[in-house]
Design a protein around this ligand. Sequence first.
Ligand SMILES: Nc1ncnc2c1ncn2[C@@H]1O[C@H](COP(=O)(O)OP(=O)(O)O)[C@@H](O)[C@H]1O
Ligand SMILES: [Mg+2]
Length: 289
Amino acid sequence: MSEPLPGKLRAKWDSLIATEGKRLGLTDCRPFLENKMVNDIFYEGRFNGRPCIVKCSSKAPDSIKNEYDLSLRIFRHSPSVTPEPLAYWMSDDNRAAFVVTAKIMGYSLTELIAKGLSPNDVDRVADDILMLLRALENTNVVHRDLFTDNLFLDSDGHLKAIDFQFAIDRTNYRECEWMQKNRKYQYVVFGVNHDLGLGVWNDAAALLRITEKLPQSPKTKEVMEKLRKSFTNGLFRAPPDVMTKIKLWFYALSLVMQKFLHRKDAAKCARLETRLNRMRSIVLRHVQK
Ligand SMILES: Nc1ncnc2c1ncn2[C@@H]1O[C@H](COP(=O)(O)OP(=O)(O)O)[C@@H](O)[C@H]1O
Ligand SMILES: [Mg+2]
């Protein structure tokens, strides 16, 4: 579970939601999640009467606008693959922002896989995974953080992706400043999409891994075949600018040092070694270019 927010920051958000939020149409807001790695606090409430989720960040406010813009683009293309983005707000000094999204009435794919999906649901989820990938490809959005916690089966029977904070526009690459400064978070996101050979930032790779976790059927096999094709066609890598290379090298170096310092703790060393192996191939790939 997450730690509570420091009191002052919590009071600041409560007051912003009551004033700026209200002006936009927010009512009946109550917090349900606090102090995640990137976001300060989440509220659920109503937006002009509709159930909604409000996601608030002071650490990476530009990623909030990014989430609104790119999820809106996807929603306009394929309204069933993501919940409707309803509004966003940014402070005048650009240091705090929130995004309002229609609330999904359903369960995450993580929960559904744990509970066990019916064969019918499996096939529908597999179809929707492919539909999500097509929507991403056709709108030139790379989500970069697709895993079962960010996919939900909604009450309309469709699988929906959330969490577009660190998505990018493939044709107009510009990375959120917070992410550039936080290699550790970038490592987390890289790490997820990374294991399938050259799958860095390749959403098809992440979706393939998710489909592999479903109970297998002729439909899932057919979908996986299409995902594999898209994976090869859709390889995308970060522009290997000098600063990125240097930062990645430093992060790799810090892992080597940590491993040395914790050399007596076998479990910690093993975890660091896994990270290091992933980092090594990321670094090598960047250097080769
Ligand atoms: N539109 C939504 N409908 C229902 N629940 C949501 C919605 N958006 C976010 N949540 C809940 O809030 C959690 C965190 O949201 P997410 O956008 O994934 O942020 P984070 O980057 O912190 O993971 C989700 O795991 C989910 O439980
Ligand atoms: Mg998430």
